[in-house]
Design a protein around this ligand. Sequence first.
Ligand SMILES: [Zn+2]
Length: 377
Amino acid sequence: MKHTLRLMRIAGIEIGLHYSWLFIFAVISVSLAAGLFPQMYPEWDPATYWITGVLAALLLFASVLIHELAHSLVAKARGIPVASITLFLLGGVSNLEEEPQEPKVEFVMAIVGPLSSLVVAAVFWGLLQFVQDTRSPLAATLGYLALINTVLAVFNLLPGYPLDGGRVLRSILWAKTGNLVRATNMAATVGQLMGWGLIAFGVLQVLAGNVGGLWLALIGWFLSSSADASRRQLTMSEQLKGIRVTEAIRTRPESIGPDTSVSELVNNVFRKEQRRAVPVCSDDKVLGIVTITDVREVPQERWSLTPVREIMTREPLYSVSSRDDMNTAMTLITKHDINQLLVIDNNRCTGIVNRADILNYLQLSQDLGLGRRGRQA
Ligand SMILES: [Zn+2]
């Protein structure tokens, strides 16, 4: 994910902070220090409000991290590689390298998040029992964290995909019907309905004079749009599975040599063939890839003097083989946020496949009425 601050590594998992979290962190600190605490504990002094507010917000952050780590550690234990965890606006997201292959794994992976939030809530509540002065900042912090972690657990257990509860629901439907696509569609529909419900409820709250309703509406909007996005994503990957890259796309095996000038590249390849990227090879060996983005970095008056080897991308070169399917290609393209992949067979570059080609292929299949090809698995 872009716009992420790297924080640390835990058990080989990169922990990152999306910039939106800084904003939410500020909002939570302020609403505690200037809202909740002064209201509940008027006898504290101003510095105490702020120190307690910031501390509670930090501990909330740690709680969300524990929730995400629970998902990720179970995933890792079940053999699913986890690249990173990103904490962002409304919680966290674990970036799994692949989806679970069976319902049981998905069930355990999903349920363990809310369960760990409940455990964290219980720990804070337990600690609270040892605090003598129930109006002290320590008691206030512990009480707040016990409550907020319970709320986190309950909210995440709502059965709308892609919330944890929605994943639990999907895994049950998946086990029952044996059809992942149908299960996802149903769970995502529940997610969308819930999102709309939250938006409606939030708007009603705002109309009734409660500004807090804005949060509910925002969360609702986020839920319904991510339900929709996950459904599209899955439908797409199901359509692309099992179809070889070379079967569906003319991969244009032409390449250019490293000494070709940028102006030759622009005039003879990009303009004439309407291409946006081309492999750079020498004696059949792939040296790199040169794209329109690379060309744009060179001033136009230097195009005839600059050989492509000076501007091409050498590493990392992402590639598939011509036996790989389109879903593998699209997953790589999405994951690395790139526009094209090299097709490499036996160390030789046999072509290039780009995002637009895959999207065109999908559109064409849909226009031909070959769209919804649900997989029975
Ligand atoms: Zn979760």
